[in-house]
Design a protein around this ligand. Structure first.
Ligand SMILES: [Zn+2]
Length: 448
């Protein structure tokens, strides 16, 4: 790996294998004089086409890609990043994260009443940096509590915290006793002041809450039409939001220019959310052939979230004390749900990458998607072009002139071994290098 990620300027080696020295990692944000960078890519998977290109140069000015040219060129004054023996890809996109997640250690119920919003916010900054350095440069974060996701997004945009670009949902909207009702399963007088911010019963309440979320600055409305797995007392197979409530969420979101992501395990909840215009179905555990047909007809994305299901299954079998007893039962009943992706893929449903995790392990989802029958090229497109399309942005998800310079590289060939994505060696977001030669770089986040 010694020569993989050498950084050159004017032909002079400035740093070697471990990559750029700390002083070379520039702070995010506008620079007084435009900075030009040329990345020499041995192979490029550009996020648009399934076929890789060989030996191209990616030209970058400040935070944007300006051109992709054949061969290795080194314009005068450009800093050259040598990735000539690597495979270069667009920064990857996780379409379903929870960056504000806490580690699943210890007793889950005890933790839910001993952690404060401030604990969560601090943990979130660590998670955000781990996610970015893993190679995920954008996330669609589907449900954060206490406004921590909005605060984190703001801090990342201001250059105060290192993290991925964030599209956030704020509080996921759901019914009393449903997947967002955090006091469910506790004694009646056991609650916390800030629990229940995502609860809405009746169409008017859903409309009001969706409008409130928009006012607070969210980009997406997340709804909980079915029960969930990590929540206590609710049934994942049950449809818990009424048709009127789901319609209110979708119509209100659309009126404000936002899409709706629907958490759906049970078939009835999935089918009705698709029919009413949700842009994506998350999880899809008990979807049947009719559900997949509906999703294909409506152009609804499926976000499989295999990794979190597998993680929960491992915990339910090896460390059940870290989960509440309801969750252990639900997870054991679901078992491995990899087959749902096999069926969705065969049915021709559009698939976007989403791990439902938030601690930096996100890209382990890719190997499970291949196990389910997708090709590595399809998985990469799910985490680039498709996820960008689901988010609704043409500024991310591809190595193409005009887009953000969000670029990653792996040492081997992810088209033959998708687990290369678990060993991303180089990470650039908005033209700033956060990792090179497999080593994290110090990035001074705010200019003094
Ligand atoms: Zn989730």
């Amino acid at each position: 790996m010694a020569s993989l990620f050498r950084t050159l300027a004017g032909g002079v080696a400035l740093a070697c294998a471990v990559g750029l020295s700390p002083s070379l990692a520039q702070a995010p944000g506008p620079s007084p004089t435009p900075k030009t960078t040329a990345i020499h890519a041995g192979r490029l998977i550009d996020g648009l086409s399934a076929r890789p290109q060989s030996q191209v140069t990616i030209l970058i000015t400040d935070d944007r890609i300006t051109a992709v040219e054949p061969g290795f060129v080194s314009p005068p004054g450009a800093e050259v990043i040598d990735l000539s023996s690597a495979t270069v890809l667009p920064g990857l996109i996780d379409g379903h994260t929870h960056v504000t997640s806490l580690r699943r250690t210890g007793n889950g119920i005890a933790k839910s009443v001993t952690y404060s919003p401030l604990d969560m916010a601090l943990a979130a900054t660590v998670n955000a940096e781990a996610i970015l350095r893993s190679g995920v440069t954008t996330v669609r974060d589907l449900g954060g509590n206490y406004g921590t996701d909005l605060a984190l997004k703001k801090a990342i945009e201001l250059g105060e915290v290192a993290g991925p670009r964030m599209w956030v949902a704020g509080e996921a909207i759901g019914p009393t006793g449903g997947h967002t009702d955090w006091s469910h399963g506790y004694a009646e007088d056991m609650s916390r002041r800030d629990w229940g911010a995502g609860l809405a019963d009746g169409a008017d309440a859903v409309t009001r809450l969706a409008r409130t979320q928009h006012k607070l600055g969210v980009n997406i409305i997340k709804i909980m039409p079915s029960g969930g797995v990590v929540s206590q007392g609710d049934d994942p197979k049950a449809q818990l939001m009424t048709e009127a409530e789901i319609r209110a969420a979708v119509d209100t979101a659309h009126a404000m220019g936002m899409k709706v992501a629907a958490h759906g395990h049970g078939k009835e909840a999935i089918d009705i959310a698709v029919r009413l215009g949700a842009s994506s179905i998350e999880h899809g555990t008990y979807a049947d052939d009719e559900s997949w047909r509906l999703m294909k007809t409506h152009g609804t994305y499926f976000v499989p979230t295999l990794l979190t299901t597998q993680r929960l299954y491992d915990l339910a079998t090896h460390a059940p004390q870290t989960l509440n007893p309801y969750t252990v039962r639900k997870v054991l009943e679901m078992g491995s749900s990899i087959g749902k992706l096999t069926r969705a893929h065969k049915a021709g449903v559009k698939i976007a990458f989403g791990s439902d995790t938030g601690l930096g392990e996100n890209l382990q989802e890719a190997a499970l998607m291949v196990e389910a029958g997708m090709t590595p090229a399809e998985v990469i497109l799910a985490a680039t072009a498709n996820a960008a399309d689901l988010i609704g942005s043409n500024e991310i998800g591809a190595v193409q002139a005009g887009r953000y310079a969000d670029i990653v590289a792996v040492a081997g060939d992810p088209l033959t071994d998708i687990t290369e994505l678990e060993r991303v060696q180089f990470v650039m977001k908005g033209g700033v290098v956060y990792k090179a030669g497999g080593e994290n770089l110090y990035v001074q986040m705010v200019n003094p």
